[in-house]
Every structure is written in structure tokens, then in C-alpha cells.
Design a protein around this ligand. Sequence first.
Ligand SMILES: Nc1ncnc2c1ncn2[C@@H]1O[C@H](COP(=O)(O)OP(=O)(O)OP(=O)(O)O)[C@@H](O)[C@H]1O
Ligand SMILES: [Mg+2]
Length: 506
Amino acid sequence: MNEGYAVQMVNITKSFPGVIANRNIDLDIKKGEIHGILGENGAGKTTLMNILSGFYKPDEGEIYVEGRLVKMHSPKDALKLGIGMVYQHFTLVPEFKVVENIVLGTDVVGRKLSLKAAANLIEEQAKQLGFTVDPWSKVADLSLGERQRVEILKVLLRGAKVIILDEPTSVLAPVEIAGLFNVLKQLASQGKSIIFITHKLNEALEICDRITVLRTGMKIGTLSRSEITSTLDIIRMMFGVEAEPALAAEVPKELGKEVLRVENLVVESDRGVDAVKGVSFSIREGEIFGLAGIDGNGQKELAEALARIRNIKSGKIYFKGEDATNLSPADLHLKGGTYITDDRVSEGLIQDFTLTENIVLKDFRKNGVKRGLLIDWKKVAENGLMLIREYELAAAKPNSLTQTLSGGTQQKLLVAREISGESSLIIANQPTHGVDAKTTAYIREKLIEKASKGAAVLLISNDLDEIFSCSNTIAVIYEGRILGILDRQSATREKVAYLMIGVKKD
Ligand SMILES: Nc1ncnc2c1ncn2[C@@H]1O[C@H](COP(=O)(O)OP(=O)(O)OP(=O)(O)O)[C@@H](O)[C@H]1O
Ligand SMILES: [Mg+2]
């Protein structure tokens, strides 16, 4: 092994139940370089870095630090070896001052320091990196960008020589991003190695010396700046060069009347910033409107606004010609609108309800299960049994508690419940995320079947294969805006992949 390298990871494999997150990955990091890690959602980026930072143990493989084989059992071990992770969800205690946060729980660079001495060190270090920070201000009073810099100082002052940042720009405003990049460049020029995980190709090209691309747990390759002749090289590595899968034969070719129209929709995220920034589109009967995009570009907020469980800041929604902007979720459901959430565990299903109870949850206002003011439980049980049979809810009994079902079966249950009725609009957010191949095929079939019966389907997915095999219209959302709406015939994987990273190409 080569001691010229800060770190070498060799043949790293890591599995979780049902998924191989990292497969025989080799990665080497030079001293003084900024090394970008790119890849689609679920490619294995975070897992690989969690291994390097001592958070996970690999099933197989070895890690060398400056040419020496090392064993790590915790993030503390990694830090001792000079590897530090700057977490995306910050680890600072907001009520404490900057200096307190930095010395909290550890000795700064192996020394016991007074707060005063530590504060001086912090100021000095910040100055070297080209920014200022007041060690005595309370973390709660700092902006996100400032907090992030404090996190960086924290790992640095604990001796990190390799600094890992997992999507550090996703929480930052554009000016703050420029500030962060300056800091990273300074660090690299001082001989530190930076590992920078990002979804954003433009960012990676802006500051990285080399870029490694992961896809479905595998390393596709590492390219240095000079080897990258066009962004297309990287896009192909990220999204594959295979031809897109054929459109399933059952997907309707003829579309009917307009079912949903969205005009200039603006929706805020939980953090109170605009996540959907003026989106307009319409979906007709028989249309499966596949909305592609990398997670976190406003899809969830859009889906929730359409499902009426999130506030709409401005803009309009029309459902079958009627203004539905202020409809309640229950009324939307009564009118035939249905929502498959991407978060079945905390939102979609009540874990300690039985199957039957979860099935009736949505339908109890509809006729057929209501007798006067009462719920007809016999009818409900019949419906439940029917669904269990129809949807092959493996090993499920009407009285099984939902929490005892596997993830895939829960997802089937959720889909079954949502689309079993007479739905004219289906909003499906990542409907096959985390389910096995058989269930995936099944859920896609069901959505297509609904569309061929005249439903309008909004299929939100970050899986391009899913989008291409199910959608007769393909749109791409990027940073809260729809960058393009293509019909299936004119869409190619390359065009869509470009749009997913914000590049418009003809
Ligand atoms: N703790 C865990 N338990 C089970 N599965 C996991 C765990 N962590 C990751 N996975 C799975 O491993 C795969 C790789 O996940 P990972 O988080 O490394 O991807 P990523 O490239 O960081 O994706 P993203 O861009 O969405 O952050 C995914 O299929 C994910 O669901
Ligand atoms: Mg990740």
C-alpha cells in the first residue's frame, strides 16, 4: 500500500438485510485533494463513508491510512486516525457556545485547554481558512452555514486530516455554498483531504480534483478533472448507458379528459423555504405522468400539497375541473383522489392496527361500509379479505397486526388500500421504494391497470427504469421546478438524466 495516499479502501463490501449497499469497492484518496463522490439515491455513498468514518464495520475489505492497515470500531477510532465526518444533521448543541461545543466531551488536539485558550485556537484556525467566527456566540444564533463551519472546525481541531462531508450544500443558500467551497479549497491547499458527497454534478465539477461515481452499490469509476472531457461522461456513469426499458404494453396510448391541473404551485418545506417553486402541469385520464428527479428536489412537498396534507402557499389545483386548492384530504379522497405516501411506516399505516382496520381507515366515510352512522364491520372484514386475496398479501390475515408484516407486504397493503376503490386520481410517491422485485412488478402493474381504466396517475420516482417502463408522459423536477415535460417517445434516458441534475439540453 502506498503511504502517499491519505486513505485507501480496498474491496469494501457491506450488506443490509435485502440489499448490498457496497460491493467490492476500491477507493483511494490522495493527500491534499478534494474528492467528489457522486451517484443516484441509494448508490451507497453514505454507507461507504460511514465505513470510512468508523460508524459501520464492513463485511469485507480493508482500510489503509497512509499505507498502514487499520481497524476501526467507532467514529472515535477513525478520528484518532485523522478521519472525521461532518454530519449533515448537525451534532452541535444549540444552547451552548461555539467554543463549548468544540471542546465538549474531548480534548482539543489531545490537550486539555481552558475555554479561553480553545477560543483563541478556534479564531486562529478560522482565520487560516479565511473566515471569522465568534467562539463566544451561541450556536442557536448562527446561520446554517456558520454552524457547518463550526462543525468543520470541530473535526479539524480534533486532528482530522481527512474530512468527509455528506451533501454539505443541501442545507445551504448559494452565498453560503461559495463560502464553504473557499474553506474546502483552503483545507486542501494545507494538505488535508476532502471527501465531498454530492448529487450536484456542477458542484463536483467546480471544486473536485477527482470524482468517483457509485451506482447500485458498485464503483463505476474514478476520473480526474483532466480526464473529464464532457459532463456526459459523468452522467453516463451515474445513470447508466443502457437503453431505457420499453414502455409496458398495457400503458394506455389514448388519453381522455383532464383530471388534474396544477397552476403555478408554490409549496414550502418544513424548514419554511419554498420547496416547490411555481410548478404547472396537467394529467389526463389514462395518463401516467412520471415525475423523475433526485430525492429532495420538492417531490415530497408537491405530493403532499396535492394530497392536501400540506399547505399551499400560492397557486391553484383543479380536480376534474373544480377548484380543489382548499379541499380537505378527506374530501379529496371522497371525490376519488388517492395518495400513496413514500413513508409507509410513520404516515401511511397505523402500525398497531390490524390489516382490516388499516384498510378501512380511509374508506369509512364511503358508502358500502357505512350503515347510518355506524361502520359495517362485517362488510369491512369482507373487503379486507377480498383485498388480501386480490393483492396476494402474503401470509397476512385480516387480524394480523400491521407491524408484524415485512416492509414489502406493508407497502402492498398501502397500495392495495389506496387504489382498491374507484380512484380517478392516484398520487404515488416512490411507490416501490424498498420493496422486492416481485412486489415492485406487482405495484407497477396495478398502477398501469388503474390508468387503463381511466385514472390519472402521478408517479413520482427516482428510479428511471420505473419512470420509463410505466409512464406515457415524463417530467423532471429539479430544485422545485419542472425543467421539462416530454412525451414518452421523445424522452431518452440521457435527456432525463441531464434534466435531473439541472442541465437542459436539446
Ligand atoms: N442502516 C441501514 N439499514 C438498512 N439498509 C440501509 C441502511 N443504510 C443504507 N441502507 C441501504 O443501502 C443502500 C445504500 O444506501 P446509502 O444511504 O449508502 O445510499 P446513498 O448513495 O447515500 O443515497 P442518498 O443519495 O439517497 O443519500 C440503500 O438501498 C439503502 O436503503
Ligand atoms: Mg446518502
